[in-house]
Design a protein around this ligand. Sequence first.
Ligand code: GZL
Length: 324
Amino acid sequence: MKKYVPLLPLLLACLLLCACGGPAPVQEPEARDLAVVGFSQVGAESDWRNANTRSMQQALSAANGYRLIFDDAQQKQDRQITAIRNFINLGVDYIVLAPNTETGWDTVLAEARAAGIPVILVDRMIEVEDTDLFTCWIGSDFRKEGDTAVRWLEEHYGDAPLRIVHLQGNIGSSAQIGRTEGLDAGLARHPAWQLVFRGSGDFTQAKGQEVMEALIRDHTDFNVIYCENDNMAYGVIDALKMAGLRPGEDAAIISFDANSTALRMILDGTISLDVECNPLHGPRVLSIIEQLQRGETPPKFTYVEETSFDAGGLTEEIIGVRGY
Ligand code: GZL
């Protein structure tokens, strides 16, 4: 951590004290040297993302010894690259990056390394030639999340003729890639499962609704809707209801993230399954930075423990204590 000690007040204080012969003053707490962290966040596209941002802001607080410089990239990689360059020019102590998509990071991360600034990746993964371009990564196993959803479909529908609408997240993001791979593996195992639509809803509620409204207008025949996050599921559910269709009855809704709002939709039968993707990375990143502050080496890759929820066993009490 770069040290900044305000020399002039210290010098004046020492001169004064030399004259008085007393002990040197303790620096005021507010002058305490805060570690500066630049955080490039994907955006504010979903409840998950906002919970992730809040978690990071609460953890990397001044009370914990940090000054957080936050940038919302509005789901655009070029804005993230600009933010990282700004952090480098500011001479931050650490960079935290939640990458929107997997590729295109080699150059800017090489610039951060040249500046001697550790880069911590959170949430989604990146593809780089040299994994030494980042210090460590913490996030989810998205393929495992997709496999969990497909296993649930297999347990509940087996080889029944499924007609699946697939709403993907941001194309090229790890979350989209992994959750799609899981569904593709299920489709390959079950010839009776038919993919009737695949397209991106950008992880947003508005786009999810727009896509579903168009499919309903086109009289698409479906009985399962596989939404790669809760906010797209909310949009899908609104579109179904506006068309007089019954989510959870006319079509099973599969979703990801497990926000409390979505979990309550499991209790009322609207959503059939929600696969958890835990956004509360703040304490995890704080622990990693504190290890680095102590000169320790955190694990290169840390996967967050996650589960899934359906109507079996889920209660309001479980939902109420989940934190997002
Ligand atoms: C998953 C995260 C995804 C969430 C969406 O870790 O990257 O992005 O599933 C969010 O809700 O927009």
